[in-house]
Write a protein that binds this ligand. Structure first.
Ligand code: MD6
Ligand code: FE
Length: 216
């Protein structure tokens, strides 16, 4: 169920603080659902999803693409932001207006007024795909928050602390949920365990996640 009643029936408040500086806004992306999905189709037509290779030589189970002035990439040389799509040699597609509007509005609602992302990483999970516990630290400064939008199949989000061995909370993220985090929790470890199979009415057997950052 995507509606507010569904969330409330499931015991999920509309706003939930995860940690200092980190907030879940349940269903915040739903009003823009169609615009977001159309924009993603446009991006993927120019910069298709691909499974990148980690510096250690492992192919990631999550497929990725980007839009905006900078895109997150990984290969044998390391993790970094790059203005160019390495597969095409051309700039990443521009950030769609609906993306920018949602990221800016959600950040402001969470207390981060003036956030203007220049990078959006789009993650595609199929059943079994996972993202192991990590910190997001390839951005130039950590003063800006990250805005994260979940679409499609539900996932469990693992949210830890500043140390890899800190206890991890498990939070369900569903279609339309937005997480904003920055400040004291900006460098907290987090991950997504293997996606469970399912069939989402709009996206089928897929979860998409958009993460907006100020990377440059
Ligand atoms: C995901 N998200 O939800 C993976 N990182 O599929 C992330 O790794 C992430 O959601 C930084 C900030 C927000 C995030
Ligand atoms: Fe991350």
């Amino acid at each position: 169920m995507d509606d507010l009643f569904g969330d409330m029936a499931a015991g999920m408040p509309e706003r939930e603080q995860l940690a200092e500086g980190a907030l879940i806004l349940r269903g915040r992306a739903l009003p823009l659902e169609m615009a977001l999905l159309a924009a993603i189709e446009g991006i993927v037509a120019v910069a298709p999803f691909r499974r990148m290779v980690t510096p250690g030589g492992f192919e990631m189970s999550v497929a990725m693409t980007n839009c905006g002035a900078a895109g997150w990439v990984t290969d044998r040389r390391g993790y970094r932001y790059d203005a160019m799509d390495p597969d095409s040699g051309k700039p990443w597609p521009p950030m769609p207006e609906a993306f920018l509007a949602l990221a800016t509005e959600a950040a402001a609602a969470a207390g981060y007024a003036g956030f203007v992302p220049d990078a959006c990483l789009i993650n595609r999970y199929e059943p079994g795909a996972r993202l192991s516990l990590h910190q997001d630290r390839n951005e130039r400064d950590f003063d800006n928050p990250i805005v994260s939008v979940s679409l499609g199949l539900p996932a469990t989000f693992q949210f830890g602390g500043l140390s890899r061995t800190d206890p991890v909370r498990k939070i369900p993220l569903r279609h339309g949920d937005v997480v904003v985090w920055g400040g004291p929790s900006r460098l907290f470890f987090h991950g997504v365990p293997a996606l469970k199979d399912g069939d989402h009415p709009r996206l089928g057997r897929v979860r998409l996640n958009l993460t907006f950052r100020k990377a440059l």
